[in-house]
Design a protein around this ligand. Structure first.
Ligand code: ZN
Length: 185
């Protein structure tokens, strides 16, 4: 028995705004990885939803993880498993961390897509689809109690007349995270 079911029908589709916010992560992933320690404990940033299109489509979605994937979980997973997600830049040899991975459970191959500080942008194709998908799903599962607690607090503070005084800690956006990082250098 496989630990996770990677097959799902009727996957949700992101809005144009959600897609463009995810593309901001693609363009700025180097900064977001580098400053992980600064934002990882802030729930509204950790649980920013990313739409990474990590599926192989043939009517069914065959996903490494169901979209959306939390930004914090994705970044933490890549950092905690360098043997799975880090590769050497073909341009300069520096380590690159991917901003998304695609591929197919049928071929077993994964495409790790990333940017390097030297300006190189591209991808690395590796084998080991299932081990990477499992690592990401394990990370999402480990983070889900924290996310549930955030949702509980949000529900508690948004009910009743005190709602305006206690803004719920809802998820932010990549755009807001980048602005916050710029202001907190
Ligand atoms: Zn490079």
């Amino acid at each position: 028995m496989k630990k996770y079911d990677f097959l799902r029908k009727g996957a949700p589709r992101p809005s144009a705004g959600q897609l463009s916010d995810t593309k901001l992560f693609y363009r700025n992933c180097g900064l977001i990885y580098a400053r992980f320690d600064d934002w990882k404990d802030i729930d509204r940033f950790y649980f920013i939803p990313l739409w990474l299109e990590m599926y192989y489509s043939c009517g069914w979605a065959m996903e490494m993880a169901p979209d959306p994937v939390w930004l914090g979980s994705f970044v933490r997973c890549s950092l905690e498993h360098p043997e799975l997600f880090r590769y050497a830049c073909p341009g300069c040899g520096r380590p690159v961390l991917p901003f998304r991975y695609t591929g197919s459970p049928l071929s077993g191959h994964v495409i790790l897509e990333g940017n390097c500080a030297c300006g190189w942008r591209g991808f690395e194709s590796v084998s080991g689809w299932a081990v990477r998908a499992t690592a990401l799903r394990d990370r999402l599962a480990a983070d889900s109690p924290r996310q549930a607690a955030v949702c509980e607090r949000t529900a508690a503070t948004s009910a009743g007349p005190a709602a305006d005084r206690h803004r719920p800690a809802t998820a932010s956006t990549v755009r807001e995270l980048l602005a916050w990082l710029g202001a907190n250098r």
